[in-house]
Design a protein. Structure first.
Length: 80
């Protein structure tokens, strides 16, 4: 595959991800924090903002499932 075709292929992938609400912007890589292996903006929100984002993007079902997996065992003292 030539560079020209590769660039077009990448653009199509990025557009498909964006259409499915995948967070993407041109030059995103410049904001990537290599030392933390994440995008700092993804973790700079309050717990309330994070909860709202999960509910908005994935619905209450996912939030409830995660709560059962992570929070409930810790509240019962079995979190390790």
């Amino acid at each position: 595959m030539t560079l020209h075709k590769e660039a077009s292929f990448e653009d199509e992938i990025f557009q498909h991800l964006a259409d499915d609400r995948w967070l993407y912007a041109d030059n995103d890589a410049t904001n990537y924090g290599r030392s933390l292996a994440l995008f700092p903006d993804d973790v700079s929100m309050s717990p309330e903002q994070a909860r709202e984002r999960v509910v908005t993007e994935h619905g209450e079902f996912l939030l409830n499932t995660l709560s059962k997996i992570w929070v409930t065992p810790c509240m019962n003292g079995s979190c390790k």
